[in-house]
Unconditional design. Sequence first.
Length: 197
Amino acid sequence: MAGILTSLHNTVIAGIVLAVILFALFLGTGGAIDYAFWTFFFRWLHVLSGVMWIGILWYFNFVQIPNMGNIPDDQKPAISKVIAPAALWWFRWGAMGTIATGLILAAMNGYLVDAIMLGSSGVAKHTAIGIGMWLGTIMWFNVWFIIWPNQKIALGIVDADADAKAASARKAMLFSRTNTMLSIPMLFAMVSAQNIY
């Protein structure tokens, strides 16, 4: 077991193997690879991507940012040069995976246009999921077009002077906090659409 859990690669493979076993159980109990299965599959990918994205967003806002002041200056490069760039890679692509699978899922379930139009047909479920989709889209935009470009400057990936780095770090933090704020009603809208409407 230690051979599995001491390697992230092996841990992820073990998780996939366990999911394949669950899939085999599904097939063994009469499940079929039909349209309903594919909508489930894309919902599963959507949730996996979303957990990666929002999990890292919350890590930044609840753990890393509040504790940076407690780290001695000589140790801060470990965060800014190693941990933050890696976390931002997973953060960006988690956001991309979430929005892509969410749009595919909405299209497969036939509510994409109505949700984008915030349930203009009068379907409350589509209004709720549409609000969640718009909030998620704003958050995705912030990640790719505001947070990441500013983090590249703040972390020194792009050359800039100290004042520009400080301004970019602040802007990235404020938009990260905006996404943290929006994540709460976004998740409410998404989950309510599946459970109370």
